[in-house]
Design a protein around this ligand. Sequence first.
Ligand SMILES: [Zn+2]
Ligand SMILES: [Zn+2]
Length: 594
Amino acid sequence: MENVEIGQVFREVADLLEIQEANPFRVRAYRNAIRTIEAHAVPMRKLVEQGADLTELPSIGKGMAENIEELVNTGGLAILEELAEEIPEGLIDLMKLPGLGPKKARKLWDQLGVESIEDLEEAAGEGRVAELSGFGKKTEERILQGIQNYRTNTARFRLGEVDELLPPLIEHMSAVPGVTRLEVAGSYRRRRETVGDIDLLVLADDAVAASEGLTGFSGVERVIGAGGTKTSVMLRSGLQVDLRVVPSESWGAALIYFTGSKEHNIKLRQRALDRHLRVSEYGVFEIPDESLGDALGERGVASEGELVAGETEEDVYDALDLPWFPPEMRTDRGEIAAADDDGLPRLIEETDLKGDVHMHTTWSDGRNTLEEMVEACQARGYEYMAITDHSKALAMVEGLDAEKLAKQWIEIDEVQARHPGIRILKGMEVDILKDGTLDLEDEMLEQLDVVIVSVHSFFGLPRVEQTDRVLKALAHPSAKIFGHPTGRIINRRGPIEIEIDEILGACAEHGVAVEVNSHPNRLDLRDTHLWRARELGVPVLVTTDAHRTDELDLAHYGVEQARRAWLEAEHVLNTRGVEAFLAALGQGRGPLGG
Ligand SMILES: [Zn+2]
Ligand SMILES: [Zn+2]
């Protein structure tokens, strides 16, 4: 049981308790525990195994520690089962829709007898939801839209969750006798922000042993199908894993076949046919002229024609007169034409980053002190960093007002003196207030090296109002970076409604950079918007928004996201040295510069 799964169970308990109108403190105890568990770098199961005292963790009391132990030891939780008996299971799904919390779910259940998404869809379709007090016509429309989005997205896991769920499986499968090679393909390898299921390819002497290895994994809930070279299982977490045993002469072809999007693979098949070749998961084969018609149809089988390539990805692509494509590019967005024309972009890499300029400290809602963050950035080899705590509008995290910010500058100067090896920039993540003004006085803003402007409130404003609000903030002469521009939390909260093209146009005009927030729950901007940003010449930043030292390690997610939008190092400002970075931000002379 991984931390992400424990979080899932606790979240369900908290939601059910809230529907049940239980004591709010009890609910909060679960929610706080989730934050601790999901953010903890060491798996709870390891801590339980070692007999560690879980109550030493923040927000984990005695009862919560017992819950964790129960989950780790038994895979289940008695309280959840009790709650599930009292409350229809479908109500949990309801709360995954935007704008529907436990209170509204409860009301829908009490007053309309809604017990599932299907019930809700019916009630909303008949206009009965709009009639409930506190709902209204707009909410009803949002609900119907939300149901549609839910159906297209929910089967998918966030990339970060999968990265947590996979290592025990990989470790287990690598130890299966006869397995000599193992690779996860699919959208996971393309580093898509969400992953539907796992395509696990193995090279193995014994396909049966490999299959039994998977079905014998402790995380398996049920076997969907096993036999031949393919085995499918459902993990307890809800993640489906499809194992394929691949012969070595087809390894590269299978890897390409199971990594590329459907459209990328179609393009490859067409290209192969143009060259009298046929490409499949088994390899590239020559087509004898007389059987060309067959190859176009469904009947093509691996035994036909001579194998031209298959063992490595490079061989397969080369047989089609193509270079090897980074997995992030294999989505048919013009990569094949680009390879034919002027060559592929040299995608940005994590090692290109020279600094991280969005992070929080204990001055606001970060867990580590300013100096600890500085040391962690230095340990990562960064040339510079920016401290960007919250502004005062975020009262619940004790954001900084001008007076506190000035005090922080004194500390930054002191820490800077102790750490001459890294340049510490003074910054702030300033709230965009409801009317589009910024949550800090101009004379303070002017003294900052790095000003990120972000939306943290009024997420539900209508499109025109929300767009105007952001446009006004971006036009402020001190605004330098637009933080997590759409505000979405993947699978939890939809994006704010803004005219993204207009926003990106304004960024280009004012020289405001857009952020790729690397947190795997955010990944904001998303790839298609970054693509547009690149087209419009909007500068981009890859930052972590770290609230703890270990979150600085999330930078690779932002880089992967940028790669999916074909961004090169030159498009990303924090690949530049500190002076060039500041100059590009339009701010060559900050308080520390000059
Ligand atoms: Zn923020
Ligand atoms: Zn932040």
